[in-house]
Design a protein around this ligand. Structure first.
Ligand code: TXA
Ligand code: MG
Length: 331
């Protein structure tokens, strides 16, 4: 766990234009001083991410929001009051402090206050905004432990703050509050139902097919193994078939299946609770890679509550890859 002297070192590294990986309640971030365009550009190099993909500015508290955006509409104020610190990112009009390098050239900016004591201590010690994407190589599975970050990014990071495993496990919910009505751009740790309860009206269901959010490619959050999504009742038969065809199959076994005699190379028995599934999701994908699986068979959870975020990540993990080979029928 990070000590007070680690927090000071991290703040010093940020001031010196360095890259600091830090824990949040969602996933680990790869941070740089949001106001230093050279430091921000190092993030893109370290991740192998195209510079047109906008980043999230992390701040220490909602009271600092007006320093980073042009104006704070009433809806944004309400959502910030209710969900910060927490897994909610707000898209607002970019303030002058935010360089275009951090927003991929957009006139809007993503801002959030993470709910993690180590992240908040680092942000307070640093005193400014820290722009950070998830601390993984572009398109790969997001890191939920400090060790995942070291494996992913190694020497590319100047300092890694260890805050233990992430509680939420999937990224923040992104809500655009620049238009007439708020819209969800990415489902995440705050559910649509949570947002609607506070707003008092229904929100549009986030789109699942066309790519709307800049920086969200069809294939994202992807392990090395190919991910194939099937109907829940077909998980066992498809796994067995693929295994017989010579694949090293990893299975995400839905909690409704108690059959321990799955014919596959490796099995992850999914937890019943969606919170536990979200918390474990990226670790499960990494684990199946480490066990040498080349194919992962999974099904989508019901898309309510945290199930929306889990389904969104699984769909993207299963999305077409530049080198994907046609094979099993995908659903
Ligand atoms: O939980 C999280 O959000 C984590 C932790 C580290 O805070 N961060 C994270 O960052 O997931 P990243 O870069 O992996 O994803 C940020 C998403 C991208 O899909 C990006 O396109 C979107 O936020 N985004 C950032 N600025 C935006 C903007 N101005 N308009 C629309 N989307 C934006
Ligand atoms: Mg990411």
């Amino acid at each position: 766990m990070a000590s007070i002297s680690d927090i000071d070192k991290a703040a010093g590294a940020l001031r010196a234009g360095g890259l600091v990986a830090f824990p949040t309640e969602t996933v680990y971030g790869l941070g740089a001083n949001a106001e230093d365009p050279t430091a921000v550009s190092r993030i893109f190099q370290a991740k192998g991410r195209p510079p047109s993909h906008p980043l999230i500015v992390h701040i220490a508290g909602a009271e600092h929001l007006c320093d980073w955006v042009q104006d704070v509409p009433a809806t944004a104020r309400l959502l910030a009051e209710c969900f910060w610190p927490g897994p909610l990112t707000l898209i607002l009009r970019r303030g002058r402090r935010v360089p275009l390098e951090a927003t991929g050239g957009l006139e809007t900016v993503a801002v959030r206050v993470p709910d993690h004591p180590v992240a908040l201590a680092m942000l307070s010690a640093f005193g400014g905004g820290v722009t950070a994407p998830s601390a993984n190589r572009f398109g790969q599975v997001s890191p939920t432990t400090a060790n995942d970050v070291r494996v992913e990014l190694g020497e590319a990071v100047d300092f890694v703050l260890d805050g233990g495993p992430c509680e939420v496990g999937v990224e923040s919910t992104i809500v655009d509050v620049t238009g007439d009505a708020p819209s969800i751009l990415r489902p995440g740790g705050v559910t649509r139902e949570d947002l609607e309860a506070v707003l008092g009206y229904r929100l549009a269901v986030p789109s699942t097919s066309p790519v709307r959010v800049p920086g969200q490619h069809p294939s994202h959050y992807a392990p090395q193994a190919r991910v194939v999504l099937v109907e829940p009742e077909k998980v066992l038969t498809e796994a067995e078939l693929a295994q017989e065809l010579g694949h090293q199959v990893g299975v995400f076994l839905p909690p409704s299946f108690t059959d321990a005699s799955v014919k596959a190379h490796a099995v992850v028995a999914l937890p019943v609770s969606l919170a536990a599934y979200a918390r474990g999701l990226y670790g499960f994908l990494r684990e199946l890679d480490q066990q040498g699986c080349d194919l992962i068979i999974a099904s989508l959870p019901a898309e309510e509550g945290l199930g929306c975020a889990i389904a969104n990540r699984l769909r993207r993990a299963a999305g077409p890859r530049p080198s994907s080979v046609p094979g099993l029928q995908e659903h």
